[in-house]
Design a protein around this ligand. Structure first.
Ligand code: ADP
Length: 303
């Protein structure tokens, strides 16, 4: 069951340049879904469309199994969001900011200290938002998004501009919300390291298109399947034939022979065969692609 599903979302801004070029997104209920992509890839545009902050041009959006346009009010009542910079009144305290929203949402007053505690802002008392650090503002943004007890939380770059401590705190908070309250979380980030640490599922967007979507485990599997073994010998063509004879298909590039990664014992056996056949081996090296380079290749940067 998907909490959110989009099909073929296409969006053009007024300059006619295509910002989203057919985005298909599937956020499973109960997941922490990391929406990952470099700046300008289309994350904010997608999130704004999901919340009806931008007018949908083409494609479909369904949240909790319902079409967004037809059930907008009910859907938004169960969704909490923080898009771009959290918007709060600078001259008010955290608690006063939440009071403004509490009246709009008509939720009980005790919910205010509850969300303040949840995001670690209970101690701010009379401090005005103007005097808040970026991290505190970010946490207030999350508290505002959580006030009406949403089942689905959509956060655009929630750790943007935070220091390492701030990032850890937000991450821990999100994991807790997911585990303890069963809230489905969709968060965007341009940092793989951020997403990797907390997401169960990931969608990678590059140039307005979804380049990968799956579980974090499936993304890590890509890492293994793209790993390779590089062999340099005195006679690469002859070595290729010997390798083919023992069922190993390699190709020659400018640095020698490239083969799919293999277990150590197979690598040692192949080395022995080559030497026995009179081909000397200069080097054998395994190259695993790290997740970062796989990600960069997916979004169109050379790895
Ligand atoms: P991300 O959130 O991944 O950084 P955005 O969704 O903000 O990406 O941007 C996607 C593309 O749309 C970019 O090329 C960006 O320049 C363009 N874009 C974003 N907002 C506007 C706008 N208001 N008007 C015109 N182009 C925009």
């Amino acid at each position: 069951m998907y909490c959110l599903e989009t099909s073929n979302l296409i969006h053009r801004y007024s300059n006619r340049e295509i910002a989203l070029d057919g985005v298909n997104m599937h956020v499973p209920a109960g997941s922490i879904y990391g929406f990952l992509g470099p700046n300008g890839a289309g994350k904010t545009t997608t999130l704004r469309l999901l919340l009806g902050l931008l007018k949908r041009q083409q494609g479909n959006i369904s949240i909790f199994g319902r079409t967004f346009e037809q059930h907008r009010v009910e859907i938004l009542a169960s969704v909490g969001s923080m898009i771009e910079n959290p918007s709060s009144y600078d001259h008010l305290t955290a608690s006063e900011n939440l009071s403004v929203l509490q009246r709009i949402h008509r939720c009980p007053t005790p919910r205010i200290p509850e969300v303040l505690a949840l995001v670690g802002l209970s101690g701010t008392q009379r401090k005005k938002v103007r005097q808040f650090s970026l991290g505190m503002k970010q946490r207030l943004g999350i508290a505002m998004a959580l006030l009406h007890r949403p089942k689905f939380l959509i956060l655009d770059e929630p750790t943007n501009g935070l220091d390492a401590n701030g990032m850890v705190e937000i991450r821990q908070l999100l994991v807790r919300l997911s585990r303890e309250d069963g809230i489905t979380i969709l968060l965007s980030s341009h940092l793989l390291a951020e997403i990797e640490k907390l997401a169960t599922h990931v969608g990678i967007i590059g140039d307005g298109r979804m380049r990968f979507e799956g579980t974090m485990t499936q993304l890590r599997q890509q890492q293994q399947t793209t790993a390779s073994l590089h062999v340099r010998t005195t006679n690469d063509q002859r070595a290729l034939k010997i390798m083919a004879g023992i069922g190993m298909a390699g190709v020659v590039d400018e640095n020698g022979i490239v083969l799919p990664a293999m277990a150590d014992d197979r690598m040692a056996a192949m080395n022995r065969q080559l030497i026995d056949a009179g081909v000397d081996v200069y080097s054998l090296s395994s190259r695993g692609h790290d997740l970062e380079s796989i990600y960069l290749a997916m979004v169109g940067y050379a790895a």
